[in-house]
Write a protein that binds this ligand. Structure first.
Ligand code: FAD
Length: 519
Protein backbone atom coordinates (compact mmCIF):
# COMPACT_ATOMS: atom_id res chain seq x y z
CA UNK A 1 0.00 0.00 0.00
CA UNK A 2 1.34 3.46 -0.94
CA UNK A 3 0.84 6.74 0.96
CA UNK A 4 -2.69 7.98 0.73
CA UNK A 5 -4.77 11.16 0.35
CA UNK A 6 -7.53 9.36 2.29
CA UNK A 7 -8.13 9.17 6.06
CA UNK A 8 -7.41 5.86 7.79
CA UNK A 9 -10.90 5.76 9.26
CA UNK A 10 -14.19 7.68 9.24
CA UNK A 11 -17.60 7.30 10.79
CA UNK A 12 -19.37 7.08 7.42
CA UNK A 13 -17.94 6.19 4.00
CA UNK A 14 -20.25 7.22 1.15
CA UNK A 15 -19.81 5.73 -2.33
CA UNK A 16 -20.90 7.96 -5.23
CA UNK A 17 -21.78 11.65 -5.29
CA UNK A 18 -25.15 11.73 -7.05
CA UNK A 19 -28.16 13.29 -5.35
CA UNK A 20 -28.93 10.26 -3.19
CA UNK A 21 -25.39 9.87 -1.82
CA UNK A 22 -25.35 13.65 -1.33
CA UNK A 23 -28.60 13.45 0.63
CA UNK A 24 -26.81 11.16 3.12
CA UNK A 25 -23.96 13.68 3.44
CA UNK A 26 -26.42 16.56 3.97
CA UNK A 27 -28.64 14.87 6.54
CA UNK A 28 -25.62 13.53 8.45
CA UNK A 29 -24.02 17.00 8.44
CA UNK A 30 -27.23 18.49 9.79
CA UNK A 31 -28.19 15.83 12.33
CA UNK A 32 -24.86 14.30 13.41
CA UNK A 33 -22.44 17.22 13.01
CA UNK A 34 -19.68 15.48 14.98
CA UNK A 35 -19.54 12.55 12.55
CA UNK A 36 -16.68 12.27 10.05
CA UNK A 37 -17.82 11.55 6.47
CA UNK A 38 -15.74 10.63 3.42
CA UNK A 39 -17.43 10.57 -0.01
CA UNK A 40 -15.73 8.66 -2.85
CA UNK A 41 -16.62 9.34 -6.48
CA UNK A 42 -15.00 7.47 -9.37
CA UNK A 43 -15.47 10.34 -11.83
CA UNK A 44 -13.79 13.76 -11.96
CA UNK A 45 -15.06 17.10 -10.65
CA UNK A 46 -16.58 18.84 -13.69
CA UNK A 47 -18.37 21.86 -12.22
CA UNK A 48 -18.26 24.36 -9.37
CA UNK A 49 -19.41 24.05 -6.64
CA UNK A 50 -18.68 20.32 -6.98
CA UNK A 51 -21.77 18.51 -8.24
CA UNK A 52 -23.36 21.57 -9.86
CA UNK A 53 -25.51 21.03 -12.95
CA UNK A 54 -23.49 21.58 -16.12
CA UNK A 55 -26.35 23.58 -17.67
CA UNK A 56 -25.41 26.32 -15.19
CA UNK A 57 -22.04 26.65 -16.98
CA UNK A 58 -22.61 29.59 -19.29
CA UNK A 59 -19.63 29.06 -21.59
CA UNK A 60 -20.62 26.50 -24.23
CA UNK A 61 -17.15 25.02 -24.75
CA UNK A 62 -16.62 24.58 -21.01
CA UNK A 63 -20.05 23.02 -20.69
CA UNK A 64 -19.29 20.56 -23.51
CA UNK A 65 -15.96 19.69 -21.88
CA UNK A 66 -17.74 19.02 -18.56
CA UNK A 67 -20.19 16.73 -20.34
CA UNK A 68 -17.41 14.81 -22.09
CA UNK A 69 -15.49 14.43 -18.82
CA UNK A 70 -18.57 12.74 -17.33
CA UNK A 71 -18.75 10.06 -19.99
CA UNK A 72 -16.46 7.47 -18.41
CA UNK A 73 -13.14 6.00 -19.50
CA UNK A 74 -14.47 3.77 -22.33
CA UNK A 75 -14.24 4.74 -25.99
CA UNK A 76 -16.36 7.89 -26.42
CA UNK A 77 -19.47 7.83 -28.56
CA UNK A 78 -21.60 10.46 -30.28
CA UNK A 79 -24.23 11.90 -27.97
CA UNK A 80 -27.62 13.29 -28.84
CA UNK A 81 -29.48 16.09 -27.09
CA UNK A 82 -33.07 15.13 -27.72
CA UNK A 83 -34.46 11.80 -26.49
CA UNK A 84 -36.59 11.66 -29.65
CA UNK A 85 -33.49 11.44 -31.81
CA UNK A 86 -32.70 7.94 -30.56
CA UNK A 87 -35.96 6.79 -32.10
CA UNK A 88 -34.18 6.15 -35.36
CA UNK A 89 -32.80 3.01 -33.75
CA UNK A 90 -29.29 4.39 -33.21
CA UNK A 91 -27.62 3.64 -29.92
CA UNK A 92 -26.75 7.18 -28.85
CA UNK A 93 -26.23 8.50 -25.34
CA UNK A 94 -27.40 11.84 -23.96
CA UNK A 95 -24.59 14.37 -23.29
CA UNK A 96 -22.86 13.64 -19.99
CA UNK A 97 -23.80 9.97 -20.11
CA UNK A 98 -22.34 6.86 -21.72
CA UNK A 99 -23.83 3.53 -22.75
CA UNK A 100 -22.95 -0.02 -21.85
CA UNK A 101 -20.57 -1.26 -24.51
CA UNK A 102 -21.79 -4.85 -24.37
CA UNK A 103 -24.03 -7.11 -22.32
CA UNK A 104 -27.11 -4.92 -22.85
CA UNK A 105 -29.18 -7.52 -24.75
CA UNK A 106 -29.36 -11.30 -25.07
CA UNK A 107 -31.10 -13.47 -27.70
CA UNK A 108 -34.87 -13.73 -27.20
CA UNK A 109 -34.96 -10.74 -24.83
CA UNK A 110 -35.68 -7.05 -25.45
CA UNK A 111 -32.57 -5.99 -23.57
CA UNK A 112 -31.80 -2.40 -22.63
CA UNK A 113 -29.90 -1.02 -25.63
CA UNK A 114 -29.53 2.50 -24.28
CA UNK A 115 -28.85 1.77 -20.59
CA UNK A 116 -26.70 4.75 -19.56
CA UNK A 117 -24.54 5.98 -16.71
CA UNK A 118 -22.62 9.12 -15.75
CA UNK A 119 -19.26 9.16 -13.97
CA UNK A 120 -18.58 12.57 -12.46
CA UNK A 121 -19.00 14.43 -9.21
CA UNK A 122 -22.77 14.94 -9.04
CA UNK A 123 -23.59 11.82 -11.07
CA UNK A 124 -26.47 12.00 -13.53
CA UNK A 125 -27.92 14.96 -11.65
CA UNK A 126 -25.25 17.18 -13.23
CA UNK A 127 -27.07 16.47 -16.52
CA UNK A 128 -30.70 15.79 -15.62
CA UNK A 129 -33.97 17.50 -16.57
CA UNK A 130 -34.78 17.94 -12.86
CA UNK A 131 -38.47 16.94 -12.99
CA UNK A 132 -39.48 16.02 -9.44
CA UNK A 133 -43.10 14.83 -9.41
CA UNK A 134 -44.44 12.90 -6.41
CA UNK A 135 -45.45 9.26 -6.77
CA UNK A 136 -49.20 8.52 -6.58
CA UNK A 137 -51.46 5.48 -6.30
CA UNK A 138 -49.55 2.19 -6.63
CA UNK A 139 -46.32 4.07 -7.29
CA UNK A 140 -46.19 4.85 -3.57
CA UNK A 141 -44.41 2.60 -1.09
CA UNK A 142 -47.30 1.44 1.05
CA UNK A 143 -45.26 0.24 4.03
CA UNK A 144 -43.59 3.61 4.68
CA UNK A 145 -45.89 5.59 7.00
CA UNK A 146 -43.67 8.67 6.79
CA UNK A 147 -43.40 8.81 2.98
CA UNK A 148 -44.99 12.26 2.68
CA UNK A 149 -42.67 13.85 5.27
CA UNK A 150 -39.71 12.23 3.54
CA UNK A 151 -40.86 13.64 0.18
CA UNK A 152 -41.16 17.08 1.81
CA UNK A 153 -37.56 16.76 2.98
CA UNK A 154 -36.50 15.65 -0.50
CA UNK A 155 -38.19 18.76 -1.95
CA UNK A 156 -36.16 20.87 0.49
CA UNK A 157 -32.86 19.14 -0.33
CA UNK A 158 -33.37 19.33 -4.10
CA UNK A 159 -34.75 22.89 -4.07
CA UNK A 160 -37.95 21.94 -5.89
CA UNK A 161 -40.19 24.73 -7.18
CA UNK A 162 -43.22 24.93 -9.46
CA UNK A 163 -42.58 28.49 -10.52
CA UNK A 164 -39.48 28.31 -12.73
CA UNK A 165 -41.45 28.29 -15.98
CA UNK A 166 -44.55 30.18 -14.91
CA UNK A 167 -43.71 33.03 -17.28
CA UNK A 168 -43.24 30.69 -20.24
CA UNK A 169 -45.32 31.75 -23.22
CA UNK A 170 -48.60 29.86 -23.63
CA UNK A 171 -48.05 27.62 -20.58
CA UNK A 172 -51.53 28.62 -19.34
CA UNK A 173 -53.02 27.69 -22.70
CA UNK A 174 -51.26 24.31 -22.77
CA UNK A 175 -52.36 23.66 -19.18
CA UNK A 176 -55.99 24.55 -19.90
CA UNK A 177 -56.20 22.42 -23.05
CA UNK A 178 -54.65 19.41 -21.30
CA UNK A 179 -56.86 19.91 -18.24
CA UNK A 180 -59.97 19.93 -20.41
CA UNK A 181 -58.88 16.59 -21.89
CA UNK A 182 -57.68 14.92 -18.67
CA UNK A 183 -59.05 16.31 -15.39
CA UNK A 184 -62.62 15.08 -15.50
CA UNK A 185 -63.15 12.64 -12.59
CA UNK A 186 -59.62 13.08 -11.15
CA UNK A 187 -59.02 14.22 -7.57
CA UNK A 188 -56.94 17.45 -7.27
CA UNK A 189 -53.57 15.71 -6.71
CA UNK A 190 -53.95 13.83 -10.00
CA UNK A 191 -55.03 16.78 -12.16
CA UNK A 192 -52.88 18.54 -14.76
CA UNK A 193 -50.51 20.95 -12.99
CA UNK A 194 -47.15 22.72 -13.33
CA UNK A 195 -44.29 20.21 -13.17
CA UNK A 196 -42.38 20.39 -9.87
CA UNK A 197 -38.77 21.00 -10.93
CA UNK A 198 -35.48 21.24 -9.08
CA UNK A 199 -34.93 24.56 -10.82
CA UNK A 200 -35.19 28.16 -9.70
CA UNK A 201 -34.68 31.54 -11.31
CA UNK A 202 -31.98 33.91 -10.16
CA UNK A 203 -32.71 37.59 -9.59
CA UNK A 204 -31.40 38.34 -13.11
CA UNK A 205 -33.87 35.87 -14.62
CA UNK A 206 -31.40 33.08 -15.43
CA UNK A 207 -32.39 29.54 -14.64
CA UNK A 208 -30.40 27.61 -12.03
CA UNK A 209 -30.66 23.83 -12.20
CA UNK A 210 -30.18 21.92 -8.97
CA UNK A 211 -27.49 19.27 -8.89
CA UNK A 212 -25.79 17.48 -6.03
CA UNK A 213 -24.29 20.85 -5.01
CA UNK A 214 -27.77 22.00 -3.98
CA UNK A 215 -28.49 18.71 -2.21
CA UNK A 216 -25.23 18.93 -0.26
CA UNK A 217 -25.78 22.62 0.44
CA UNK A 218 -23.58 24.79 2.66
CA UNK A 219 -24.33 22.45 5.60
CA UNK A 220 -22.20 19.75 3.93
CA UNK A 221 -19.62 21.95 2.21
CA UNK A 222 -18.87 23.87 5.41
CA UNK A 223 -18.77 20.71 7.52
CA UNK A 224 -15.10 20.41 8.57
CA UNK A 225 -15.60 16.69 9.07
CA UNK A 226 -16.80 16.09 5.49
CA UNK A 227 -14.41 15.30 2.62
CA UNK A 228 -15.18 14.56 -1.02
CA UNK A 229 -12.59 12.51 -2.93
CA UNK A 230 -13.07 12.46 -6.71
CA UNK A 231 -11.41 10.02 -9.12
CA UNK A 232 -11.68 7.38 -6.41
CA UNK A 233 -13.12 3.99 -7.34
CA UNK A 234 -14.54 1.94 -4.49
CA UNK A 235 -13.64 -1.63 -5.44
CA UNK A 236 -14.98 -3.40 -2.38
CA UNK A 237 -17.07 -2.88 0.71
CA UNK A 238 -15.22 -4.42 3.66
CA UNK A 239 -17.21 -6.62 6.02
CA UNK A 240 -15.91 -7.79 9.40
CA UNK A 241 -17.80 -10.03 11.79
CA UNK A 242 -20.81 -9.76 9.48
CA UNK A 243 -20.92 -5.94 9.73
CA UNK A 244 -19.85 -3.22 7.29
CA UNK A 245 -16.34 -2.18 8.28
CA UNK A 246 -15.06 0.11 5.53
CA UNK A 247 -14.15 0.36 1.87
CA UNK A 248 -11.25 -0.48 -0.41
CA UNK A 249 -10.56 2.42 -2.74
CA UNK A 250 -8.46 2.67 -5.90
CA UNK A 251 -6.97 6.14 -6.20
CA UNK A 252 -7.29 6.81 -9.94
CA UNK A 253 -5.30 10.02 -9.61
CA UNK A 254 -2.50 9.20 -7.18
CA UNK A 255 -2.43 5.44 -7.72
CA UNK A 256 -2.60 2.62 -5.23
CA UNK A 257 -5.37 0.84 -3.42
CA UNK A 258 -6.26 1.90 0.10
CA UNK A 259 -8.44 0.61 2.91
CA UNK A 260 -10.53 3.07 4.86
CA UNK A 261 -12.22 1.79 8.00
CA UNK A 262 -15.79 3.03 8.55
CA UNK A 263 -18.58 2.36 11.03
CA UNK A 264 -21.16 2.77 8.27
CA UNK A 265 -20.93 2.41 4.50
CA UNK A 266 -23.49 3.94 2.12
CA UNK A 267 -23.40 2.78 -1.52
CA UNK A 268 -25.09 5.22 -3.91
CA UNK A 269 -23.47 4.18 -7.17
CA UNK A 270 -26.64 4.17 -9.39
CA UNK A 271 -29.05 1.28 -10.03
CA UNK A 272 -26.51 -0.67 -12.10
CA UNK A 273 -23.28 -0.06 -10.22
CA UNK A 274 -24.56 -0.29 -6.63
CA UNK A 275 -25.42 -3.99 -7.12
CA UNK A 276 -22.11 -4.35 -9.02
CA UNK A 277 -20.14 -3.16 -5.98
CA UNK A 278 -22.08 -5.41 -3.62
CA UNK A 279 -21.47 -8.34 -5.96
CA UNK A 280 -17.75 -7.51 -6.19
CA UNK A 281 -17.66 -7.45 -2.37
CA UNK A 282 -19.16 -10.93 -2.11
CA UNK A 283 -22.45 -9.52 -0.79
CA UNK A 284 -24.91 -11.38 -2.97
CA UNK A 285 -28.47 -11.54 -1.57
CA UNK A 286 -30.95 -13.46 -3.75
CA UNK A 287 -32.75 -10.31 -4.92
CA UNK A 288 -29.54 -8.43 -5.84
CA UNK A 289 -29.82 -6.96 -9.34
CA UNK A 290 -33.33 -8.38 -9.82
CA UNK A 291 -36.66 -6.63 -10.52
CA UNK A 292 -34.75 -4.21 -12.77
CA UNK A 293 -37.23 -1.83 -14.31
CA UNK A 294 -37.04 1.06 -16.74
CA UNK A 295 -39.97 3.20 -17.79
CA UNK A 296 -40.97 2.57 -21.41
CA UNK A 297 -41.22 5.99 -23.01
CA UNK A 298 -43.43 7.28 -25.82
CA UNK A 299 -42.87 10.69 -27.40
CA UNK A 300 -44.93 12.90 -29.70
CA UNK A 301 -44.85 16.54 -30.81
CA UNK A 302 -47.59 18.99 -31.52
CA UNK A 303 -47.83 22.67 -32.44
CA UNK A 304 -50.01 25.43 -31.07
CA UNK A 305 -51.74 27.28 -33.92
CA UNK A 306 -53.27 30.71 -33.85
CA UNK A 307 -50.91 31.97 -31.13
CA UNK A 308 -49.40 35.42 -31.44
CA UNK A 309 -45.77 35.75 -32.40
CA UNK A 310 -45.52 38.91 -30.26
CA UNK A 311 -46.65 37.13 -27.13
CA UNK A 312 -44.26 34.25 -27.81
CA UNK A 313 -41.38 36.61 -28.50
CA UNK A 314 -41.97 39.02 -25.63
CA UNK A 315 -41.57 36.46 -22.89
CA UNK A 316 -39.39 34.00 -24.79
CA UNK A 317 -35.82 34.99 -24.06
CA UNK A 318 -34.58 32.33 -21.66
CA UNK A 319 -38.15 31.67 -20.47
CA UNK A 320 -37.99 28.17 -21.84
CA UNK A 321 -35.21 25.68 -22.22
CA UNK A 322 -34.40 22.99 -24.69
CA UNK A 323 -35.58 20.24 -22.34
CA UNK A 324 -37.89 21.13 -19.50
CA UNK A 325 -41.01 19.49 -18.19
CA UNK A 326 -43.29 22.47 -17.94
CA UNK A 327 -46.60 20.73 -17.38
CA UNK A 328 -47.32 17.49 -15.55
CA UNK A 329 -50.04 14.96 -16.31
CA UNK A 330 -49.89 12.72 -13.22
CA UNK A 331 -49.91 8.93 -13.28
CA UNK A 332 -53.03 7.15 -12.07
CA UNK A 333 -53.54 3.42 -11.47
CA UNK A 334 -56.16 3.46 -14.25
CA UNK A 335 -53.91 5.36 -16.69
CA UNK A 336 -50.47 4.05 -15.63
CA UNK A 337 -48.43 6.66 -17.49
CA UNK A 338 -46.69 9.79 -16.28
CA UNK A 339 -46.86 12.76 -18.64
CA UNK A 340 -44.06 15.30 -18.99
CA UNK A 341 -45.11 18.07 -21.35
CA UNK A 342 -42.39 20.37 -22.62
CA UNK A 343 -42.68 23.60 -24.53
CA UNK A 344 -39.67 24.40 -26.64
CA UNK A 345 -38.01 27.62 -27.70
CA UNK A 346 -37.54 26.10 -31.16
CA UNK A 347 -38.83 23.13 -33.12
CA UNK A 348 -36.97 19.84 -32.55
CA UNK A 349 -37.48 19.02 -36.24
CA UNK A 350 -36.89 21.27 -39.24
CA UNK A 351 -39.98 23.15 -40.40
CA UNK A 352 -40.49 25.02 -43.69
CA UNK A 353 -38.55 28.31 -44.06
CA UNK A 354 -41.76 30.26 -44.63
CA UNK A 355 -43.28 28.82 -41.48
CA UNK A 356 -41.41 30.49 -38.59
CA UNK A 357 -41.87 28.96 -35.17
CA UNK A 358 -43.46 31.07 -32.48
CA UNK A 359 -41.31 30.43 -29.36
CA UNK A 360 -43.15 28.20 -26.90
CA UNK A 361 -45.59 26.95 -29.52
CA UNK A 362 -43.88 23.61 -30.14
CA UNK A 363 -45.01 21.19 -27.50
CA UNK A 364 -43.13 17.94 -26.89
CA UNK A 365 -45.15 15.30 -25.09
CA UNK A 366 -43.59 12.35 -23.29
CA UNK A 367 -45.38 9.53 -21.50
CA UNK A 368 -43.42 7.21 -19.21
CA UNK A 369 -45.05 3.83 -18.46
CA UNK A 370 -44.86 1.82 -15.23
CA UNK A 371 -43.27 -1.62 -15.84
CA UNK A 372 -44.86 -4.96 -15.12
CA UNK A 373 -42.23 -6.14 -12.59
CA UNK A 374 -40.52 -9.48 -13.16
CA UNK A 375 -37.91 -11.14 -10.96
CA UNK A 376 -35.99 -12.30 -14.04
CA UNK A 377 -35.46 -8.77 -15.35
CA UNK A 378 -32.06 -8.19 -13.87
CA UNK A 379 -28.56 -6.90 -14.02
CA UNK A 380 -26.22 -9.84 -13.55
CA UNK A 381 -22.43 -9.82 -13.26
CA UNK A 382 -19.71 -11.65 -15.08
CA UNK A 383 -16.83 -12.72 -12.86
CA UNK A 384 -14.72 -13.54 -15.90
CA UNK A 385 -15.13 -10.24 -17.75
CA UNK A 386 -14.62 -6.68 -16.55
CA UNK A 387 -15.95 -3.24 -17.48
CA UNK A 388 -13.78 -0.26 -18.35
CA UNK A 389 -13.03 0.29 -14.64
CA UNK A 390 -12.00 -3.33 -14.11
CA UNK A 391 -15.17 -4.11 -12.13
CA UNK A 392 -17.33 -7.21 -12.86
CA UNK A 393 -18.98 -6.68 -16.27
CA UNK A 394 -22.71 -5.85 -16.28
CA UNK A 395 -25.09 -8.22 -18.10
CA UNK A 396 -28.66 -7.00 -18.56
CA UNK A 397 -31.54 -9.43 -18.99
CA UNK A 398 -34.71 -7.52 -19.73
CA UNK A 399 -38.03 -8.21 -21.44
CA UNK A 400 -41.34 -6.48 -21.83
CA UNK A 401 -44.36 -8.58 -20.89
CA UNK A 402 -47.69 -8.80 -22.74
CA UNK A 403 -49.05 -6.40 -20.12
CA UNK A 404 -46.21 -3.95 -20.85
CA UNK A 405 -47.02 -4.06 -24.56
CA UNK A 406 -50.70 -3.47 -23.85
CA UNK A 407 -49.88 -0.47 -21.62
CA UNK A 408 -47.56 0.87 -24.33
CA UNK A 409 -50.35 0.64 -26.92
CA UNK A 410 -52.64 2.56 -24.56
CA UNK A 411 -49.91 5.16 -23.98
CA UNK A 412 -49.54 5.61 -27.74
CA UNK A 413 -53.27 6.23 -28.12
CA UNK A 414 -53.30 8.57 -25.14
CA UNK A 415 -50.35 10.67 -26.30
CA UNK A 416 -51.98 11.25 -29.70
CA UNK A 417 -55.22 12.22 -27.94
CA UNK A 418 -53.31 14.67 -25.72
CA UNK A 419 -51.34 16.02 -28.68
CA UNK A 420 -54.55 16.71 -30.59
CA UNK A 421 -56.13 18.32 -27.54
CA UNK A 422 -53.19 20.75 -27.33
CA UNK A 423 -52.56 21.61 -30.97
CA UNK A 424 -51.83 20.18 -34.41
CA UNK A 425 -49.60 17.09 -34.34
CA UNK A 426 -46.21 17.52 -36.04
CA UNK A 427 -45.36 13.82 -35.96
CA UNK A 428 -47.44 11.35 -37.92
CA UNK A 429 -47.36 8.84 -35.13
CA UNK A 430 -45.92 8.50 -31.64
CA UNK A 431 -42.53 6.87 -31.18
CA UNK A 432 -41.56 4.34 -28.58
CA UNK A 433 -38.00 4.87 -27.44
CA UNK A 434 -35.68 1.89 -26.93
CA UNK A 435 -35.51 0.40 -23.41
CA UNK A 436 -33.11 2.35 -21.21
CA UNK A 437 -34.00 5.73 -22.75
CA UNK A 438 -35.90 6.89 -19.65
CA UNK A 439 -32.64 6.92 -17.62
CA UNK A 440 -34.82 5.82 -14.68
CA UNK A 441 -33.59 2.36 -13.67
CA UNK A 442 -35.07 0.96 -10.51
CA UNK A 443 -35.51 -2.14 -8.37
CA UNK A 444 -32.03 -3.68 -8.33
CA UNK A 445 -31.38 -3.15 -4.59
CA UNK A 446 -35.02 -2.90 -3.68
CA UNK A 447 -36.40 -2.15 -0.28
CA UNK A 448 -38.79 -4.55 1.44
CA UNK A 449 -40.85 -4.61 4.57
CA UNK A 450 -39.46 -8.03 5.52
CA UNK A 451 -36.39 -10.08 4.67
CA UNK A 452 -38.22 -12.67 2.57
CA UNK A 453 -35.81 -13.06 -0.34
CA UNK A 454 -37.71 -10.52 -2.42
CA UNK A 455 -35.70 -7.50 -1.33
CA UNK A 456 -32.15 -6.41 -0.61
CA UNK A 457 -32.66 -3.83 2.13
CA UNK A 458 -34.93 -2.79 4.98
CA UNK A 459 -37.29 0.22 5.01
CA UNK A 460 -34.25 2.19 6.27
CA UNK A 461 -32.22 1.06 3.21
CA UNK A 462 -29.92 -1.10 5.39
CA UNK A 463 -28.87 -4.30 3.62
CA UNK A 464 -30.63 -7.19 5.40
CA UNK A 465 -27.54 -9.39 5.65
CA UNK A 466 -24.98 -6.69 6.49
CA UNK A 467 -25.74 -4.30 9.35
CA UNK A 468 -24.12 -0.93 8.85
CA UNK A 469 -24.29 -1.18 5.03
CA UNK A 470 -26.85 1.10 3.36
CA UNK A 471 -27.85 1.33 -0.30
CA UNK A 472 -29.04 4.52 -2.01
CA UNK A 473 -30.50 5.41 -5.38
CA UNK A 474 -33.35 4.49 -7.69
CA UNK A 475 -32.46 0.82 -7.29
CA UNK A 476 -33.96 0.99 -3.78
CA UNK A 477 -37.47 1.86 -5.05
CA UNK A 478 -39.55 -1.33 -4.81
CA UNK A 479 -42.64 -0.19 -6.72
CA UNK A 480 -43.08 0.21 -10.46
CA UNK A 481 -43.10 3.97 -10.80
CA UNK A 482 -43.88 5.88 -13.98
CA UNK A 483 -42.95 9.27 -12.55
CA UNK A 484 -39.36 10.50 -12.55
CA UNK A 485 -37.82 8.69 -9.57
CA UNK A 486 -35.12 10.94 -8.11
CA UNK A 487 -37.35 12.79 -5.65
CA UNK A 488 -38.50 9.42 -4.30
CA UNK A 489 -35.00 7.96 -4.04
CA UNK A 490 -33.75 11.11 -2.29
CA UNK A 491 -36.70 10.73 0.12
CA UNK A 492 -35.63 7.15 0.87
CA UNK A 493 -32.07 8.36 1.42
CA UNK A 494 -33.36 10.87 3.99
CA UNK A 495 -34.84 7.97 5.96
CA UNK A 496 -31.64 5.87 5.84
CA UNK A 497 -29.47 8.85 6.74
CA UNK A 498 -31.80 9.62 9.64
CA UNK A 499 -31.21 6.15 11.03
CA UNK A 500 -27.42 6.44 10.80
CA UNK A 501 -27.50 9.97 12.26
CA UNK A 502 -29.57 8.82 15.25
CA UNK A 503 -27.26 5.87 15.93
CA UNK A 504 -24.13 7.98 15.51
CA UNK A 505 -25.47 10.81 17.67
CA UNK A 506 -26.06 8.25 20.46
CA UNK A 507 -22.59 6.73 19.96
CA UNK A 508 -20.88 10.16 19.86
CA UNK A 509 -22.74 11.19 23.00
CA UNK A 510 -21.66 8.01 24.79
CA UNK A 511 -18.01 8.40 23.81
CA UNK A 512 -18.16 12.05 24.96
CA UNK A 513 -19.46 11.08 28.35
CA UNK A 514 -16.90 8.23 28.57
CA UNK A 515 -14.16 10.76 27.83
CA UNK A 516 -15.46 13.12 30.51
CA UNK A 517 -15.56 10.31 33.07
CA UNK A 518 -11.96 9.28 32.40
CA UNK A 519 -10.67 12.87 32.76
P1 FAD B 1 -26.20 8.93 -9.94
O1 FAD B 1 -26.64 10.33 -10.09
O2 FAD B 1 -26.20 8.09 -11.15
O3 FAD B 1 -24.77 8.96 -9.30
C1 FAD B 1 -24.06 7.79 -9.02
C2 FAD B 1 -22.58 8.14 -8.93
O4 FAD B 1 -21.88 7.05 -8.32
C3 FAD B 1 -21.93 8.37 -10.28
O5 FAD B 1 -21.33 9.63 -10.31
C4 FAD B 1 -20.90 7.25 -10.38
O6 FAD B 1 -19.73 7.64 -11.06
C5 FAD B 1 -20.62 6.92 -8.94
N1 FAD B 1 -20.12 5.55 -8.73
C6 FAD B 1 -20.67 4.40 -9.18
N2 FAD B 1 -19.98 3.34 -8.76
C7 FAD B 1 -18.95 3.82 -8.02
C8 FAD B 1 -17.87 3.20 -7.33
N3 FAD B 1 -17.73 1.88 -7.27
N4 FAD B 1 -16.97 4.00 -6.69
C9 FAD B 1 -17.10 5.36 -6.71
N5 FAD B 1 -18.11 5.99 -7.37
C10 FAD B 1 -19.03 5.23 -8.01
N6 FAD B 1 -34.49 11.94 -12.95
C11 FAD B 1 -35.58 12.57 -12.50
O7 FAD B 1 -36.10 12.21 -11.44
N7 FAD B 1 -36.15 13.60 -13.19
C12 FAD B 1 -35.67 14.01 -14.39
O8 FAD B 1 -36.19 14.94 -14.98
C13 FAD B 1 -34.51 13.34 -14.90
N8 FAD B 1 -34.00 13.71 -16.09
C14 FAD B 1 -32.83 13.16 -16.51
C15 FAD B 1 -32.26 13.63 -17.71
C16 FAD B 1 -30.99 13.18 -18.09
C17 FAD B 1 -30.39 13.69 -19.38
C18 FAD B 1 -30.29 12.25 -17.27
C19 FAD B 1 -28.90 11.79 -17.64
C20 FAD B 1 -30.88 11.74 -16.11
C21 FAD B 1 -32.15 12.17 -15.73
N9 FAD B 1 -32.78 11.73 -14.56
C22 FAD B 1 -33.92 12.31 -14.12
C23 FAD B 1 -32.19 10.65 -13.74
C24 FAD B 1 -31.48 11.24 -12.51
O9 FAD B 1 -30.39 12.02 -12.89
C25 FAD B 1 -31.08 10.08 -11.62
O10 FAD B 1 -32.27 9.46 -11.17
C26 FAD B 1 -30.27 10.50 -10.39
O11 FAD B 1 -29.12 11.23 -10.73
C27 FAD B 1 -29.88 9.25 -9.61
O12 FAD B 1 -29.14 9.63 -8.49
P2 FAD B 1 -28.13 8.62 -7.77
O13 FAD B 1 -27.54 9.37 -6.66
O14 FAD B 1 -28.85 7.38 -7.41
O15 FAD B 1 -27.09 8.16 -8.88
Amino acid sequence: MSSSRYPASVDVAVVGSGPTASAYARILSERAPGASIAMFEVGPTVSSPPGAHVKNIEDEARRAAAQRASEGPGPGAETVNSPGAVKSGERRARPGTYLLQDGYAFPGEDGMPVAAMSSNVGGMAAHWTAACPRPGGKERIGFLPDLDQLLDEADRLLGVTTSAFEAAPFSGLVHDRLAAAVDDGRSPAFRVQPMPLAVHRRGDGRLVWSGSDVVMGPATRENQRFDLFDESLVRRVLVEGGRAAGVEVEDRRGGGTHRIAARYVVVGGDALRTPQLLWASGIRPEALGRYLNDQAQVVFATRLRGVSAEEGQSSADGALSEQSGVTWVPYTDEMPFHGQIMQLDASPIPLADDDPVVPGSIVGLGLFCAKDLQRDDRVAFDDTAVDSYGMPALRIHYSLTDKDREVLERAKEEIVRLGRAVGEPIDERPFVLPPGASLHYQGTTRMGQYDDGGSVCSPDSEVWQVPGLFVAGNGVIPTATACNPTLTSVALAVRGAGKIAAELADALLMSDSDNRMTK
